[in-house]
Design a protein around this ligand. Structure first.
Ligand code: PDD
Length: 282
């Protein structure tokens, strides 16, 4: 397997970044994960736009020639790795680069950003899409700039691990008494035929899949309200589901051991899954 690192394609085992890299020392970087189906990058422009937003948010300067070559690098990478056929994901990470000595302020003089891309085969979680998953609620202990897709993912990894240890698939994060998102996906709820999702703000990552689902809801005439769901109302919902690049549209059938709806994926999530699949694979 090959990866791209700072201008070169390398054997994944030989690729290494400096111990002075600010991604390693401070978590000072952003990332994107994009789905690829038979060589076609799903929502590629949207992912790159969000990368730009993240870089601006962290004030990381990426040379425009490099930024503009990301689509070509991604294509070359999936070719080299045999991922241009079937399903794959491409992971992209940009950090502020490597600089000694360690200082919180940005390196002076500036250093080149570290640019890393990898690709891997992807298998959709078909069984979970059909049956739905169990989750637990956990407090959302993240910072208040969750709109930036940074590599600082400790609250997310700890929450996911907590869910695993509780014997469930994932977690629903709660901040100030309302549902925000999951450690790696956005959340939609259905009550009385209306879809609810947390508004795009600094408290959630504005998922690329989330935006596709909002568009699908419009096309299917499903009323949508961008308002948070209260934790107190969580167990009384008719339907609940995750959306994300590697999650697709995944029904949630049990929260904290309590059934959502009748404990099986509902009508609305199924219709959204169908339309989502036709956009992803169409
Ligand atoms: N996670 N919210 C969070 C916190 C996420 O990490 C993700 C994606 C999403 C969904 O965003 P999108 O639809 O753009 O994938 C929402 C990626 C896939 C990950 O960390 O692997």
């Amino acid at each position: 397997m090959q990866v791209y690192l700072n201008g070169e394609f390398l054997d994944q085992k030989k690729a290494a970044v400096s111990v002075a890299d600010r991604g390693f020392v401070f978590g000072d970087g952003v990332y994107e994960v994009t789905r690829v189906v038979n060589g076609k990058f799903f929502q590629e422009k949207e992912h790159l736009d969000r990368l730009d937003e993240g870089l601006r948010g962290l004030k990381i300067k990426l040379r425009s020639e490099i930024r503009d070559s990301i689509p070509n690098i991604s294509r070359e990478l999936i070719q080299r790795n045999g991922h241009a056929e079937g399903e794959a994901t491409v992971y992209l990470q940009v950090t502020r680069g490597a600089a000694f000595p360690r200082t919180h302020t940005f390196p002076e003089p500036e250093v080149p950003a570290t640019v890393y891309l990898s690709s891997g085969p992807f298998k959709p979680h078909k069984e979970l899409h059909e049956k739905g998953v169990d989750v637990i609620t956990v407090p959302d202990v993240r910072w208040t700039r969750c709109n930036l897709k940074t590599v600082n993912l400790l609250p997310n990894t700890l929450a996911r691990q907590q869910a695993k240890e509780a014997g469930v698939n994932s977690a629903v994060m709660i901040r100030d008494g309302v549902v925000t998102e999951s450690p790696n996906a956005n959340i939609f709820a259905v009550k009385d035929g209306t879809l609810y999702t947390f508004p795009a703000s600094n408290y959630i990552l504005n998922g690329i899949t989330r935006k596709v689902i909002i568009d699908i809801a419009k096309s299917l005439d499903i009323p949508l309200v961008t308002e948070p769901v209260r934790q107190d109302d969580l167990y009384e919902l008719d339907e609940l589901f995750f959306t994300g690049t590697t999650t697709d549209v995944q029904p949630i059938v049990r929260v904290d051991g309590r059934e959502i709806g009748n404990g099986t994926p509902g009508r609305i999530v199924k219709s959204i899954q169908q339309e989502y699949n036709s956009r992803l694979y169409g």
